[in-house]
Structures are given as structure tokens and as C-alpha cells.
Ligand binder design. Structure first.
Ligand code: PMP
Length: 410
């Protein structure tokens, strides 16, 4: 798909395909998954923390308990039973009937990724502008790029998206005679930066978007995975109009089932379902039954606690190792939840250029450039702590720091 001269189809691709390139993360997976490599590159949840025998039995019983419906087509919006359970999950973080959340306005999707793609299909024409945090989720960049939209990054600090910078970005668009279609934001335990938008900033960001007539696409896969107390409530719990809420069971249950959802403003719900039917007809009946049964019959709230405990221990292992081992001049974020730490390398180091040396030293990370649409991020890297056990994390950081020291000595 990269349009090299070896590709006989280059002249035939649709315009939206021409800019498509393999994501740096996907390209890394092959090497990073070799057993001798400590991979701090992935984003996989630690599903070994699930009660795998009990989940296996539950999956085995699905056919007999739900009958043939698990093997049949279903409705495009997703089953009512699952949408009701999803509303119970959202209510945990304050998105409930009081702010107008109802199963009627939930659309079940194939993971959070399809949810993003649907929003892009509904709102983005080629050339449209999307405002997004810098850095942002690599899979969202892929979706916006495929929609031929332009991403304009808004900087963050330790408190998340900077409201003043959002105002500047909106003003710059206005000066160019444009208005961005929406703000795409991951306010809680952000991927890749690991930071969380503060309570006070949430209100300001919403006010700014409302005043500027900007829709808000709130992507929240990690909100339930806080280790140091509760996160501020989602943007959607604070405003019902103009906010699309996207989430997924990939990080709180299992990504292999590919079940996510959108809670959409009521007026838009039908269009989302029509767009989703055009893409996939309906979400998998089997996967929906699996998630519904998991939420109805298994101790999923306890499981969330288990995930949080495992990740807290691993986050601590990573932060301690960074403190003990990283060369002077390196800084990093201190996530209170989620799966990732974002590191700033000492002046002069280039995370992408260093990657082959890191792989040779048997450690992998994702260079920061993958998380920007504009080539920024060469002095950054994303480090994952959800998957490797604590002692592997420490070993990975040891290898990484020695590669960095060698680079600095060159
Ligand atoms: N949004 C964000 C911010 C993510 O980090 C991810 C997954 N890494 C997704 C969406 C996609 O989730 P899913 O695996 O459910 O498609």
C-alpha cells in the first residue's frame, strides 16, 4: 500500500489510499514479539489476568444457552441486551439517565476502532480539519488520514490538553477561513501520553468547543483503569449535546472479541447505524453474546480491580526503573491509569533513528513520530507497562538506557 514502484496498482488506487502507509507500530510488532526482545512497544492488555478457565467455559456454553442466535445475523445497532449492559458500564463513570444516556442511543461497534471510523465517515470530507491532542492515538491518525482529513495537533502538559492552546488552534483555523469539524480527545489516561485532563480543564475545553461550534469526539478506552483513585467524570457526563462518547471492551475485558460502542447524540444515531450497516451489516452476534454474558454472569467489577492492581504494580515498576536507570536529561509522564508512559529523550537523541540499535539490544518501544500527523515526536517514545511483568520491564529499561548512553557518547 505504500505506492512504491514495485506496486503495479499505484495508478489505480483511490486518492484516499495514496497517503496510506503501514503504521510504525504494526511494523514493529513482528520484531518486538520475538521472545528475546523485551517489548515496551505494544498496547496489549494482560489478558492472562482474566479467569481464563471460567471465561472459556462461559464461551463454550454460549451456543446452548443463547441458541442459534449467536450464529445468526443480528441488527445493525447491536442487541438491546448488550446496549443495556453498556449503559450500566457507562453509569459507573457518571454517564447515566440523568445526562440522557440510554440504550436507544448506543451503537455497538467492532471495537473502538470502528467507532472512530464511523464518526469520521459521518463528519469528514476530504480536506476537513480535525483538532487532536499532540501526540494522539495512532489508530485515529490512520482513520483521519483515510478520510483525507488534516489533523491539527493541540499540545498537552501534565494536566492534559491545554485550553489556551485549543483556543489558539481554533483562532488559527478561523484566520484561514476554516472551522475544524471536531475535537478528537482522549481525556483520561491518554494514549500515548498517559496524562489526564483535569476537572477544571474539562469544563473549559467543553465551553471552548461549545462557543466555537466544535463537536467533541471523546475516546475513552482507559477510563475504568485508574490506579490512583477515580478519574474526573467523562466529558459526556457533563454535556449531552455535541459530544460523541466512544469506548470499548478491549482493555477492560478482551480485545479479541472486538466489541466497542458509541453513545451518540440522539439525532445522529440513525445515520451511525446506516453507516455501520454499510460497513459491516451488523456486529458479531457471538461476540456480543459473549460480552453480554460476561457482564451478566461474571464478576466483571472484580476483574476491573484485578486489572488495576496488575497495572499499578507494573506502572510502579516502570517509573522506578526509569528513575533508577535513565540517563540524565530524560523526563517522562506519571500516569494515574491506562497503559502508557511517554518519555522525552535528552537533547539530540532521535527515537526513530535509535530503534535498530534498541532492537539489536533486545528492547522495543514506539518512537514518538508515530503519534503525530506532522512528523513531530522524534525526541519521544511511548513505553507500555501493561503486558511485560515487572522484572522484564526493569530489564527492558536497563537495556534501553544503555542504548541511549551509547548514542549520547557517539
Ligand atoms: N482508541 C484508543 C485511544 C485506543 O488506544 C485504542 C486501542 N489501542 C482504540 C481506540 C481501539 O480500540 P479497539 O481495540 O477496541 O478497536
Amino acid at each position: 500500500m505504500t505506492g512504491t514502484t514495485l506496486d503495479d496498482y499505484t495508478d489505480r488506487y483511490a486518492r484516499r489510499v495514496r497517503g496510506m502507509t503501514a503504521s510504525e507500530i504494526r511494523a514493529l510488532f513482528a520484531v518486538a514479539s520475538r521472545p528475546e526482545v523485551v517489548s515496551l512497544a505494544g498496547g496489549a492488555p494482560y489478558i492472562a489476568a482474566l479467569p481464563l478457565d471460567a471465561v472459556g467455559e462461559m464461551l463454550g456454553r454460549l451456543g446452548s444457552e443463547h441458541g442459534v442466535s449467536t450464529l445468526q445475523y443480528g441488527i445493525g445497532q447491536g442487541t438491546l441486551e448488550l446496549r443495556e449492559r453498556i449503559c450500566e458500564v457507562m453509569a459507573l463513570s457518571g454517564i447515566d439517565g440523568r445526562c440522557g444516556a440510554s440504550p436507544e442511543d448506543v451503537v455497538v461497534t467492532v471495537g473502538g476502532q470502528q467507532a472512530l471510523d464511523l464518526v469520521a465517515r459521518l463528519f469528514l470530507d476530504p480536506g476537513d480539519v480535525v483538532l487532536a491532542e499532540g501526540p494522539t492515538y495512532v489508530g485515529a491518525l490512520g482513520v483521519f488520514q483515510a478520510a483525507q482529513a488534516q489533523v491539527c495537533h493541540v499540545p498537552m502538559d501534565a494536566d492534559g490538553l491545554i485550553p489556551e492552546a485549543l483556543e489558539v488552534a481554533i483562532a488559527e483555523q478561523a484566520r484561514a477561513g476554516r472551522r475544524a469539524k471536531f475535537l478528537y480527545t482522549i481525556p483520561t489516561y491518554q494514549n500515548p501520553a498517559g496524562v489526564t485532563l483535569t476537572e477544571e480543564r474539562r469544563e473549559r475545553v467543553l465551553d471552548i468547543c461549545e462557543r466555537a461550534g466544535l463537536l467533541v469526539v471523546e475516546d475513552d478506552p482507559y477510563g475504568q483503569l485508574g490506579f490512583d483513585g477515580e478519574a474526573p467524570s467523562p466529558l459526556r457526563a457533563r454535556r449531552r449535546d455535541g459530544v460523541f462518547y466512544l469506548s470499548t471492551f478491549s482493555k477492560t475485558f478482551a480485545p479479541g472479541l472486538r466489541v466497542g460502542w458509541i453513545l451518540a447524540p440522539h439525532a445522529v444515531r440513525d445515520k451511525l447505524v446506516i453507516a455501520s450497516e454499510a460497513q459491516i451489516l451488523c456486529p458479531s452476534a457471538f461476540a456480543q453474546a459473549a460480552v453480554t454474558t460476561y457482564l451478566s454472569t461474571m464478576p466483571w467489577r472484580e476483574q476491573l480491580k484485578t486489572y488495576r492492581e496488575v497495572y499499578r504494580e507494573r506502572r510502579d515498576a516502570l517509573l522506578d526503573a526509569l528513575t533508577d536507570l535513565m540517563p540524565a536529561g530524560t523526563t517522562w509522564t506519571r500516569p494515574e491509569g491506562g497503559l502508557f508512559v511517554w518519555a522525552n529523550l535528552p537533547e539530540g537523541l532521535d527515537a526513530k533513528a535509535m530503534m535498530p540499535r534498541a532492537i539489536a539490544a533486545r528492547v522495543a518501544y514506539v518512537p514518538g513520530t508515530g503519534f503525530y500527523a506532522d512528523g513531530s515526536g522524534s525526541g519521544n517514545m511511548r513505553l507500555n507497562f501493561s503486558f511485560p511483568p515487572p522484572e522484564r520491564i526493569r530489564e527492558g529499561v536497563r537495556r534501553l538506557s544503555s542504548v541511549m548512553e551509547q548514542e549520547m557518547a557517539m
